[in-house]
Design a protein around this ligand. Structure first.
Ligand SMILES: [Zn+2]
Length: 236
């Protein structure tokens, strides 16, 4: 488990189709627009979800409208060039949340939530990994380490599970491959739904010696509004 998460090489004719493809805004469909147009981007509400005093998740916005469409296009239609734009919005919430400027977070290790190997083989790419890699390409203060966190067993898909079952499903499912005493860790995922996966991954990081852990996601599910966790909008 925990092999390379590199993007599968696509055939030449598929890459040619990309050249013929006419881009459009994932929010309003504005033709000729790579990523979100200024108007759709202006409607995004960056968020911070706090799970107690020691762990918080920062999301570029809610899983709705333009951000939702951008993520779906990225995952389902393999328009992975949209990671560039999603990451711009993730970096924006990171900047306003202090993750890019505070000395504690400088030099953080960026770790994507590892994929289930079966689903990864089927799709050929892993969205959290693409996001983590692009984040470290756009912001030089962080280091990309995709193999630091690994799954200890295969997981059921979280999609059809209840909130309680999701927490049970991931219990003890992550291990850190080396000691990370004193390190700051940024976990990267595409979506936070109940927080079960990210909380369990953060636990594994703290157990391995991390001094601080936060997570950064592209979107947050509306399920969180009923979870009782503290949610605040981050403004500049
Ligand atoms: Zn638009």
């Amino acid at each position: 488990m925990g092999g390379s998460f590199a993007v599968k090489e696509r055939p030449w004719w598929e890459r040619w189709l990309d050249y013929l493809y006419v881009p459009s805004c994932p929010g309003c469909g504005l033709v000729g627009q790579y990523g979100l147009c200024a108007e759709c981007a202006g409607e995004i509400k960056p968020l911070k979800i706090s799970f107690g005093a020691s762990f918080a998740v920062y999301a570029a916005g809610w899983y709705s409208g333009a951000l939702k469409n951008a993520l779906l296009r990225c995952k389902k239609a393999e328009q992975t060039y949209l990671t560039y734009d999603l990451v711009r919005h993730m970096l924006s919430v990171a900047v306003y949340g202090g993750l890019c400027s505070e000395p504690d977070w400088k030099g953080s290790i960026c770790v994507p939530i590892p994929p289930d190997p079966k689903r990864y083989r089927k799709r050929g790419f892993h969205c959290p990994d693409l996001l983590a890699r692009e984040l470290c390409r756009q912001f030089l203060g962080w280091h990309y380490q995709p193999k630091l966190l690994q799954l200890t067993r295969s997981l059921k898909s979280q999609k059809l599970l209840s909130r309680y079952e999701r927490f049970l499903n991931v219990q003890g499912a992550y291990q850190v491959v080396r000691e990370i005493r004193g390190e700051s860790i940024l976990l990267i995922d595409d979506v936070i739904t109940t927080g079960a996966t990210l909380i369990e991954a953060a636990r594994a990081m703290f157990r391995a010696g991390a001094v601080r852990v936060a997570a950064l996601t592209a979107v947050a599910s509306a399920h969180l509004e009923r979870s009782g966790f503290t949610i605040e909008e981050i403004t500049n």
